[in-house]
Design a protein around this ligand. Structure first.
Ligand SMILES: Cc1ncc(C[n+]2csc(CCOP(=O)(O)OP(=O)(O)O)c2C)c(N)n1
Ligand SMILES: [Mg+2]
Length: 1042
């Protein structure tokens, strides 16, 4: 009490506490009996003075007048007086006031003494409740945000956002509070000025409950949350300049008018328009502008159908006359020697352009072509981006950015979305953050969100990552631009994913021809009455006085002139090769341009030195004993030149390619060790876990990661897509994906069906991707035997009845094949020797075109004692004096006889052979052993078809000629309805027809009968089946009909 009295006394000298005495005497704990106090005479106070600040007040009368005035209109007095009276009204105690005065006088208080007093009056409970309330806004505010332009989605308003929930009353609204907290930014930052509860609520609602809903509190890292809070929890809302507003209006109008223009000109065309989500365009452009300002030089974009043409025109800047001309669906004019492929619909095509940004930076934009399968392009985009980062040594991943667009239905429904997100932080797959933009029109075709997802937001899958999700009302272009800018800044700052959920609507049906009222009558009643976002923005700008009606009209008139000019230009537009092959790798051949065959062998000395380099293990590593042994054995293979096994052949292929300056990347589940523990490409120190990758030490100064081998996430679809995208970036690479077992490749079926088998024909983009699919029947049951060879063969685009033209004069150079492989959509091989595997891998790179390669990879051949090759089969010396060129053997001739068989087109006949067993893959070894055992070497020949597609018609014809008296039989381990049988049958007939022999119609067959499952689950049954099919194949009395 004494302290308070003293404070009051001191304050009298400043002319203030007269007020205390007269107005709040008792509440301040001062009493009129206080002898020391002698009020000063009141002086007249001019009305103007009532605006004076607290420190200038002089008399009780003055103070009484002030108080009266404050109660009539708080704003009519200075802020400091407002605080004073408010505090008095809210029961600030005399002690608190006095202590604050003391501290203020001694310079220990930065704030006004009344504020300090008010704060000290704030109870601990109040502080805690206030803190929780602010936190409630940060966590739940987005549920109360005004996100839906149609106002139909209706999240329940969380009660935690109501101050009453936390015990605050209306009378508390104008009390000042302080909520500073250690290590926090934004509203909870320490040193933040105190605010009344009303002011705090206003800013909380402006920030968290307006047109943007921020979801970020699931991120466990405080730094990241603070980063966001610093940017959004500003003291005052951030405003755009007039210039910025004009820019947004311009971009939004382009987006809007492009769609209306198309709608008017092509009334019956499907275009999956963007109407209802027009602000995507200004949003995307903001992402790109901001990213470019922050160092991004190229952007790879993947997106679905919705708004694709608009993005192509207005973001990527594909010439509009070209887009308009594509509406006519004109076939491109193929000049002589030009490959045009089969094409694709206009809303699937990709393209790439360089374009300047608003701040004068140049940025390369490429939109990746995609199939109709929603979200399937996601990881292809990531792979391409990652490859760009690798080739440009963008170690920080700040120069190449991936943007993925999604629909709301697809984002929550398609599993590949999670597979994509899951890759975001994996060291060998990360692209340093993807920016996801969801065009959330609250409907998927005809399905409502309530029927298509179980979570409140379509973006909830992204919460599995520690990345922010910004929901935004797409009718408010300024908010869209704001979050897009923030998203780009986030990506560049944290190199992690970020999601922008553009809550919008779909003006028309699923496409422009669909009738939406059939299924969404209530929604579409609202949509029909709803103004376009461009119109809403124009009205807002006019209403706030930023622009006049005429200025807005000028913007639109200018755009319309451009559109009309492009439309006129489209009439004379001729689609040309350049448009179709825009990003073709220069110097590479299209399927219509002949590529010469090259030798894939490697000079013996180089083979030896490379082999020694990759089998030398450093001394200072504690390798596992067995691993040391593996490497010693490999080294011995090189030293002796004998017995190279599968793993060694593969390692040599990789090493030689790397030493020639190529990049090799092998990815898939457990590929580092190898599913079958055969590869051991990454070795682990047994004491400290350090890793050693021998193939990163092929030669001194080798670029780090020029050989990359990486265990992938447990995904097939996602990872295969990623590697495909990676392979498309540069031709100077060998990119491989290995399935754990071939069976699991069907998890990636969409990539095989939609991208790999038809990508070149649809989109004129080549890929030399290799898929290693372990395949082979060794009694492991239905799930680990078959890679479904038949499916890959069925997808070959070769005509089985057409004999390719062969010019025998060029036989030994391989030139007789012409463009056979180039014209095929992909290659399917089932190699039986390590050397052939070595050559087929190297062939992928040593040619002037790229073509996907499907390899039926071995399992038990990895350790088969006879599946070995001598080193000389890897070198560049031809097997036959006449042969030039490639060393990969599409067919391996029967290997019996004293002298090697004649490789020429017309070999001497072997009339004594009664049967030729044609086969492919590991069954050869069983056949070979059994034939030896049965002593049928002079009676039965065994020919291996190592390349099943494109079919080696020329070599099969040669073998038919070699064995004029033999019955031909196809032997396979797979059931009759699987494997290669159905594929080879018509092709053999084509060969027979070519040779002037009777066609077989039904080719003699030794193999398993047709089956539903791929293999039996009983080991014993497997053994019997296998023995029978081998016996049948070698039995010249067996008719081959089953
Ligand atoms: C994997 C896949 N399944 C089904 C379809 C057929 N389909 C095309 S668009 C669409 C609806 C997509 O909804 P949403 O993702 O919300 O995008 P919107 O069309 O609304 O922009 C469907 C089911 C498809 N293209 N891809
Ligand atoms: Mg949708």
């Amino acid at each position: 009490m004494a302290l308070a009295a003293a404070a009051a006394r001191r304050a009298v000298a400043d002319g203030v506490p007269g007020l205390i005495y007269s107005l709040r005497w008792s509440r301040l704990g001062l009493h009129s009996t206080s002898a020391a106090w002698n009020p000063a005479e009141p002086k007249p106070v001019p009305l103007a003075k009532l605006k004076d600040s607290f420190n200038e007040g002089t008399s009780i009368t003055y103070l009484e007048e002030l108080e009266e005035r404050y109660h009539k209109d708080p704003a009519s007095v200075d802020r400091s007086w407002q605080a004073f009276f408010r505090n008095l009204d809210h029961g600030v105690t005399g002690e608190a006031m006095a202590e604050s005065f003391d501290a203020f006088e001694k310079g220990k208080l930065a704030m006004s003494p009344f504020t300090a007093a008010a704060i000290s009056n704030q109870t601990v409970q109040e502080s805690m409740r206030l803190l929780l309330m602010i936190r409630a806004y940060q966590v739940l505010g987005h549920f109360a945000a005004d996100l839906d332009p149609l106002r139909i989605s209706g999240h329940t308003h969380p009660p935690e956002l109501d101050p009453a929930f936390w015990g605050f009353k209306d009378t508390d609204l104008d009390r000042e509070f302080f909520v500073g907290n250690w290590n926090q930014s934004g509203f909870l930052a320490e040193g933040r000025p105190t605010r009344t509860l009303r002011e705090m609520l206003t800013r909380l609602r402006e920030t968290y409950c307006s047109h943007i809903g921020y979801e970020y509190m699931h991120i466990p890292e405080r730094d990241k949350c603070n980063w966001i809070r610093e940017r959004i929890e500003t003291i005052d809302p951030v405003q755009f300049t007039k210039q910025q507003k004009l820019h947004m209006l311009d971009r939004l109008s382009w987006s809007d008018m492009f769609e209306t223009f198309l709608a008017n000109k092509y009334t019956a065309a499907k275009r999956f328009g963007l109407e209802g989500a027009e602000s995507l365009i200004p949003g995307m452009k903001t992402v790109i502008d901001t990213a470019a300002d922050l160092g991004v030089q190229s952007v790879v974009i993947g997106m679905p159908h919705r708004g694709r043409l608009n993005v192509l025109a207005n973001v990527v800047r594909k010439p509009m006359s070209q887009i308009f001309s594509e509406f006519a669906g004109k076939e491109p004019i193929a000049h002589e020697g030009e490959y045009t492929g089969s094409g694709d619909v206009k809303y699937h095509l990709g393209t790439s352009f360089n374009r300047p940004t608003v701040h004068g930076k140049m940025v390369h934009l490429s939109l990746v072509a995609n199939p109709s399968h929603l979200e399937a392009v996601n990881t292809v985009v990531l792979g391409k981006t990652r490859a760009k980062q690798y080739y440009s040594e963008d170690h920080e991943r700040g120069r190449h950015l991936a943007i993925l667009l999604h629909g709301d239905g697809a984002f929550s429904g398609q599993g590949i979305v999670y597979e994509t997100l899951d890759m975001s932080g994996l060291p060998d797959y990360t692209v340093g953050g993807t920016i996801h933009l969801v065009v959330n029109n609250q409907v998927a075709f005809t399905t409502d969100p309530k029927d298509s997802r179980s979570s409140p937001y379509c973006t909830d899958v992204a919460k599995s990552l520690n990345c922010p999700i910004f929901h935004v009302n797409a009718d408010d272009v300024e908010s869209v631009v704001r979050v897009c800018q923030l998203a780009a800044e986030w990506r560049q700052a944290w190199k992690s994913d970020v999601v922008v959920d553009l809550v919008c609507y779909r003006k028309h049906g699923h496409n422009e021809i669909d009738e939406p009222m059939f299924t969404q009558p209530l929604m579409y009643k609202k949509i029909k009455a709803h103004k376009h976002s461009a119109q809403l923005y124009a009205e807002r700008l006019i209403a706030e006085g930023t622009f006049t009606k005429e200025e807005v009209q000028q913007v639109r008139d200018r755009i319309m002139q451009h559109l009309n000019a492009a439309f006129e230009g489209a009439k004379d537009y001729k689609p040309s090769k350049k448009d179709w092959l825009a990003s073709h790798w220069s110097g590479f051949m299209s399927p219509a341009q002949l590529s010469r065959i090259r030798n894939t062998g490697v000079p013996a000395e180089l083979l030896r030195s490379t082999g020694l380099a990759i089998t030398a293990l450093p001394e200072d590593f504690a390798f596992h004993r067995q691993i040391k042994k593996v490497y010693e054995t490999r080294r011995a293979m090189i030293e002796s030149g004998e017995g190279l096994d599968w793993a060694m052949a593969e390692a040599l292929a990789f090493a030689t390619l790397v030493s020639e300056g190529n990049h090799v990347r092998l990815s898939g589940q457990d590929v580092e060790r190898g599913t079958f523990s055969h590869r051991h490409a990454v070795l682990h120190d047994q004491t400290n876990g350090a890793k050693y990758v021998p193939l990163n030490h092929v030669f001194p100064g080798q670029k780090p990661n020029s050989f990359t081998v990486c265990n992938s996430s447990l995904s097939e679809f996602g990872v295969l897509g990623f590697e495909l995208g990676y392979s498309m970036e540069s031709p100077n690479s060998l990119v491989l994906w290995e399935a754990q077992f071939g069976d699991f490749a069907n998890g990636a079926q969409i990539i095989f069906d939609q991208f790999l088998s038809g990508g070149e024909a649809k989109w004129l983009r080549q890929s030399g991707l290799v898929c290693l699919l372990p395949h082979g029947y060794d009694g492991q049951g239905p799930e680990h035997s078959s890679a479904r060879l038949e499916r890959f063969l069925q997808m070959c685009d070769e005509n089985p009845y057409e004999m390719p033209h062969h010019d025998e004069a060029q036989w030994f150079s391989g030139g007789h094949l012409g463009t056979q492989i180039q014209r095929a959509n992909w290659q399917v091989v089932n190699c039986t020797t390590p050397a052939n595997y070595f050559h087929v891998l190297r062939r992928q790179v040593h040619r002037q075109f790229r073509k996907p390669l499907i390899v039926m990879a071995p399992k038990n051949l990895l350790r088969h004692p006879r599946c070995k090759s001598p080193l000389y089969e890897f070198d560049d010396q031809p097997d036959d004096a006449n042969i030039v060129g490639v060393r990969f053997k599409r067919v391996i001739m029967d290997d019996t006889g004293l002298t090697p068989k004649d490789r020429g087109p017309r070999p001497p006949a072997e009339p004594e052979i009664k049967r030729v067993v044609f086969c492919s893959g590991k069954v050869f070894y069983d056949l070979h052993d059994a034939r030896e055992k049965q002593g049928k070497v002079g009676e039965v020949a065994i020919v291996r078809v190592e390349q099943l597609a494109p079919f080696p018609f020329d070599l099969v014809c040669r073998e038919i000629r070699r064995y004029p008296n033999a019955q031909l039989l196809w032997c396979q381990e797979e059931p009759m309805n699987m494997g290669a049988y159905m594929h080879v049958q018509p092709r053999f007939d084509t060969c027979l027809r070519e040779e002037g022999k009777p066609m077989m119609g039904r080719m003699p067959y030794a193999g398993r009968p047709p089956m539903a499952a791929t293999a039996t689950g009983f080991g014993e049954v497997h053994g019997k089946e296998q023995a029978r099919l081998i016996a049948n194949a070698l039995d010249v009395n067996y008719s081959g009909a089953i």
